[in-house]
Write a protein that binds this ligand. Structure first.
Ligand SMILES: Cc1cc2nc3c(=O)[nH]c(=O)nc-3n(C[C@H](O)[C@H](O)[C@H](O)COP(=O)(O)OP(=O)(O)OC[C@H]3O[C@@H](n4cnc5c(N)ncnc54)[C@H](O)[C@@H]3O)c2cc1C
Length: 603
């Protein structure tokens, strides 16, 4: 017995030494191995990894490789056609949903991918990357705008095949027995996308779960970035709905994280940014009672002059503050340089009569000034039974223009996506920036200055206000839950997230006819900078949403996490002291070169 007790510290010491590669102890710069380096693992070592992951190691090349040599070939044309389908892109370990960002990053396959089926596969891949000093990258749905699930010369852990789900009537986290009441919940493997979760939870089980608006976004990526869906103004952030996760940390340990077990790690993955703290393999999310109705308000108003447009902006802000600033209304409006206000808003808990009543005064005001304003077409203002919102069969039959189906032979009937998201499939970003707008801007005495700033920004670029991405106006329980996450506290008092973004068609350098137009891209980027500067003048201390933030943000720690950053750094230091997990502008990334291959000299 004494011998056993004495052996424990020795075992712990040995485990730590084995888990920490020799180079981690040094102070000097460290370079991760690339395929051209002598230290790159031999074919025999890759074979060993392949056996350890049940034959699921894939040597990657770009699906566009054929296009580089024969752009007219049938094979290439087939790939190019498929690049319009987010499900196809998601099924390719060598592609990403954004094809790149000018002067920031371009989509490039990793050297190898482990197409993980189980937690054990993830553990094997993490251990292999750590032991061989490889650049490691994790991809779920592949929707990162900033390219954080993309790195050439890396080993990719690809979770696409991990997508099982189970619903619970009364979930209790491990170690939380007797603490708080059991919760209705759904457990989802990390590679699942929201469409499949909504299908299981809402369409089939008649419950609600807080996920993302775009249905092909990955569950693990969205939760770790905080995450907003169309109805977050009522249900809060997606991260705040997390009850428990299983996560493989840099030492290869499989850990449970919840409010009772590893609570700091749990807090960190709720909004601390994906790909920085470990590989999440499984998540359990709270489910809620489904409201009876989801509604929509779609209208496009054209102003006849600059002065009329400025007037319209001011009037809409007042209307929003008086009538829509509550848990019922989410999604967005866009103010465009062409003097157009495009409304794409959604509601929860209101039937068709109620949504029509809400919008009538504003529509009457528009109709009262025909010399200044015209409606592009008849507005669509209506509700549908909530259970059908993500019901692919229902949507295809009743509102066929709103969804697009995955037409590949054999693809599941539920594989649809919002037509409104089509423009983002594969796009090449020129710029993408956001800022949280404090609710104080809706105060009577701030509205004019706010409208002026919006108008000034629209002289440079279109500005969208996403009301569901700010929690001011949400019920207290949603705000309290979001307070206990790593997301920037600015989200709690913001009534909207302003997004200014621009992009060109999908671009793939080296592929004839698909190369990016860099001149246009840089021109767009400069105009987006100028437009956003008008909003920063108004709210110089505001934060920005990590998933929808500027790749070039200089003060990213403060902008993405505000006062939460030091606490997030402490979580990183505890669970990944050697920086195995790196993403651009993720926690701890200041210790590494931009590409994550070289550790910078300690400061
Ligand atoms: C078309 C489009 C629409 C969007 N709509 C919304 C929206 O409605 N609301 C919103 O809040 N955001 C939205 N986003 C942003 C999106 O939610 C985030 O980019 C999110 O992180 C994407 O997750 P993913 O798994 O799809 O992407 P990925 O690129 O696969 O992952 C994103 C990040 O998370 C990491 N990651 C992924 N899986 C894991 C895992 N299992 N363990 C650890 N790290 C992991 C990756 O390494 C990467 O750093 C949208 C993005 C796009 C492109």
């Amino acid at each position: 017995m004494l011998r056993r007790v004495a052996a424990i510290p020795l075992l712990t010491f040995l485990r730590r030494c084995l888990a920490r590669p020799a180079w981690a102890a040094g102070d000097g710069p460290v370079r991760r191995a690339r395929p051209s380096d002598p230290s790159w693992p031999s074919a025999a070592r890759w074979d060993e990894l392949n056996r350890a992951v049940g034959g699921n190691l894939i040597r990657l090349q770009s699906p566009l490789a054929d296009c580089a040599v024969a752009a007219d070939s049938a094979l290439c044309q087939d790939v190019l056609e498929n690049l319009k389908n987010p499900y196809y892109i998601g099924d390719q370990p060598g592609l990403t949903q954004t094809s790149g960002w000018v002067d920031a990053w371009i989509s490039a396959p990793s050297a190898y991918a482990v197409a993980a089926r189980t937690t054990a596969d993830v553990v094997a891949a993490v251990n292999f990357a750590r032991e061989h000093n490889l650049r490691l990258v994790v991809k779920g749905g592949g929707h990162s705008y900033q390219g954080t699930s993309n790195a050439a010369d890396s080993l990719l852990i690809w979770t696409r095949a991990m997508n099982r789900m189970v619903l619970h009537d009364a979930f209790v986290g491990q170690g939380c027995e007797g603490v708080g009441a059991p919760q209705p919940a759904v457990t989802v493997e990390a590679g699942a996308i929201w469409m499949h979760v909504y299908n299981a939870v809402t369409t089939r089980a008649g419950r609600y779960v807080q996920g993302g608006g775009c249905v092909t976004v990955g569950v693990a990526g969205l939760i770790q970035s905080g995450g907003f869906g169309s109805f977050s103004k009522n249900y809060g952030t997606a991260a705040a709905g997390l009850l428990e996760a299983e996560i493989v940390t840099a030492d290869g340990a499989v850990r449970i994280a919840n409010a009772c077990t590893n609570p700091e790690l749990f807090w960190g993955i709720k909004g601390g940014g994906g790909g920085s703290l470990g590989v999440v393999t499984r998540l359990t999310l709270r489910t809620y009672e489904l409201p009876s109705w989801f509604g929509i308000a779609l209208l496009t108003i054209r102003a006849g002059s600059d002065a009329a447009f400025r007037h319209l902006i001011g009037r809409f802000i007042r209307f929003y503050g008086d009538t829509l600033f509550n848990p019922h209304w989410g999604e967005s409006v866009a103010f465009r340089p062409s003097n157009i206000l495009a409304v794409t808003m959604v509601s929860q808990g209101l039937d068709t009569q109620q949504v029509e009543d809400v919008w009538r005064p504003f529509l009457e005001w528009i109709a009262g000034s025909p010399q200044d304003f015209t409606l592009d077409k008849k507005p669509i203002i209506a509700s549908l039974p909530a259970r059908h919102l993500w019901d692919a069969d229902f949507m295809r039959e009743h509102v066929p223009g709103m969804v697009i189906a995955d037409q590949r032979p054999g693809s599941p009937a539920g594989n649809v996506w919002w037509a409104g998201d089509q423009g983002q499939v594969g796009w090449f970003l020129h710029g993408y920036q956001s800022v949280w707008l404090p609710a104080a801007l809706l105060d009577e005495d701030r509205q004019e200055a706010f409208a002026d700033a919006l108008f000034a920004a629209t002289r440079r670029w279109a500005v969208a206000l996403h009301f569901n991405k700010g929690l001011a106006g949400a019920p207290p329980h949603a705000i309290t839950a979001a307070k206990d996450t790593a997301a920037n506290p600015a989200v709690l008092t913001a009534f909207a997230l302003a997004i200014i973004a621009g992009a060109g068609p999908p671009a793939y350098p080296g592929i004839p006819g698909r190369t990016p137009d860099l001149t246009a891209a840089r021109r767009g980027a400069a105009a987006i900078d100028k437009a956003m500067a008008e909003l920063w003048k108004l709210v110089p201390d505001a934060g920005s949403y990590v998933s929808e933030g500027n790749f070039f943000e200089s003060n990213w720690q403060r902008s993405f996490w505000g006062a939460n950053y030091p606490r997030l750094q402490a979580v990183k230091a505890k669970y990944d002291p050697d920086g195995l997990f790196f993403v651009h502008h993720g926690v701890g990334s200041e210790d590494w070169s931009d590409d994550g291959f070289t550790r910078l000299a300690r400061r």
